[in-house]
Design a protein around this ligand. Structure first.
Ligand code: FAD
Length: 410
């Protein structure tokens, strides 16, 4: 088995852990304050600033220190095999809007990178969800038909550039990959200045909705008409922490990365048992293969090192990776109906917004959230807002599903 490093370290964060922005040192007033400098918070801040608002982003650590700095780096609307299932459970229109929103997110990221000239290794790639199990092929064909009918760039294929055989795959063309931290640094640089701010090492300790509302840190506070909680899971206010526990559940996912024997293109994931999420990247001339998976309900993890070992063995067996240079893990949240939660924090909130439960696909879904939040804050129409509405799920009705996830994980 390949050697594994002793300590966890994200490849994306390796060169980007220093602080570039000041700490909030005094009271401030802006139009909108955003808590959290991951992809959701910074994209929301960027879009609001572009639409003429003065914004402040408060980050408790440094830009990208959260889950965005530990992602795989795929930007796609193909979130495993979901479209036939979404259509069956939620109806054709919601499935269509989910796909359309995530395709629009790819374009939005592309447009920001172009406008701000962000050097983040943005590369258009085909994404594949594949199976090595002949019995699953009919299901994959059905997914390709449904996704194409919903307007997505989907086709069923029998082969992929993977260095091993498959039985079938759904391919989405013109998806993308990028260096998430370099992208966030580009966003932060565009946000900071001209009456807008990014603050690092500024933990928000309390949030008050109102006219205006305010967020407090130990040192200073920021008052603003609108407040967005973009902390991946809403940890504040205290009541939200409890309430949202009933709407979403955390899963921990693991990644190992090392140099593969051969180069190949594309982005891959498989729902098959013992198959993983695969992304080859070439950055600054160096080749690296990311292999991710082994997810578990957070807190019910069992042996973490055994999970890394299984990923490393897989990387060696299928891609000839002999040394693992990086290993890391983080958690993301899943809503019970498979759609993120974006909108007012509570049904009665006046100017307090949330974006969470990105289903492990927050690079695109977090960007969708930012586009929805910009429109809600600007009182403009947004055709995806109802489908993603954070208040559509009922906490009491969710209790049996929460219990099932923890008692019968899997
Ligand atoms: C292993 C793994 C692989 C993944 N791969 C992919 C992928 O390939 N493609 C994809 O689309 N998605 C992927 N995801 C999911 C995606 O990374 C996340 O959904 C997304 O990064 C969430 O972004 P965010 O901005 O909402 O949260 P975060 O990036 O976590 O940002 C939240 C920020 O809020 C800050 N914060 C928290 N509390 C406070 C406070 N009180 N005051 C101030 N700041 C605070 C945190 O420090 C953090 O920086 C993956 C997730 C995991 C775990």
């Amino acid at each position: 088995m390949p050697n594994l490093p002793d300590t966890e370290k994200s490849y994306w964060r390796e060169a980007y852990i220093t602080s570039l922005y000041p700490k909030l040192a005094e009271d401030l007033e802006v139009d909108a304050v955003i808590v959290g400098a991951g992809i959701t918070g910074l994209t929301t801040a960027y879009l609001l600033k572009q639409s003429g608002l003065r914004v402040a982003v408060l980050e408790k650590r440094t830009v990208g220190a959260g889950t965005t700095g530990r992602t795989t780096g795929k930007v796609t609307s193909q979130h495993n095999l979901i479209y036939a299932d979404l259509q069956r459970r939620l109806g054709r229109e919601k499935a269509r809007l989910y796909g359309e929103a995530n395709q629009a997110a790819i374009k939005q990221i592309n447009d920001i990178i172009t406008a701000e000239k962000i050097s983040c290794g943005w590369q258009r790639e085909d994404n594949y969800v594949y199976t090595a199990d002949a019995e699953q092929v009919a299901r994959f064909k059905q997914e390709a038909v449904v996704a194409a009918e919903l307007g997505l760039p989907a086709t069923f294929v029998n082969t992929t550039p993977l260095p091993f055989g498959i039985k079938g795959a759904v391919r989405f063309t013109d998806q993308a990959t990028m260096h998430p931290i370099r992208y966030l640094q580009g966003l932060a640089a565009a946000v900071h200045g001209d009456g807008s701010y990014v603050f690092e090492n500024s933990t928000v300790t309390s949030i008050q909705d109102g006219k205006p509302g305010s967020v407090k840190t130990k040192v200073g506070s920021v008052s603003a008409k609108d407040i967005v909680v973009a902390t991946n899971v809403p940890t504040l206010p205290l009541m939200a922490r409890g309430g949202y526990c009933l709407l979403e559940y955390p899963t921990q996912s693991y990644i190992v990365a090392g140099e593969p024997e051969k180069e190949f293109a594309g982005m891959y994931i498989s729902p098959d048992e013992h198959h993983y999420s695969i992304l080859p990247v070439t950055m600054n001339g160096a080749r690296l293969l990311l292999v991710g998976g082994e997810s578990n309900i957070s807190g019910l993890g069992g042996n973490k090192e055994a999970r890394y070992s299984r990923l490393a063995q897989y990387a060696e067996k299928h891609f000839g990776v002999t040394t693992i240079d990086y290993k890391w893990s983080d958690r993301d949240y899943l809503a019970y109906d498979g759609i993120p939660l974006v909108g007012k924090l509570y049904p009665w909130s006046e100017h307090l917004y949330v974006a969470t439960a990105f289903m492990k696909w927050g690079l695109s879904n977090g960007t969708v959230a930012a586009m929805i939040l910009r429109d809600l804050i600007r009182s403009e129409q947004n055709e995806w807002a109802v489908t993603f509405n954070s208040n559509r799920l009922k906490p009491i009705a969710s209790i049996p599903r929460v219990a099932a996830k923890y008692i019968l994980p899997g």
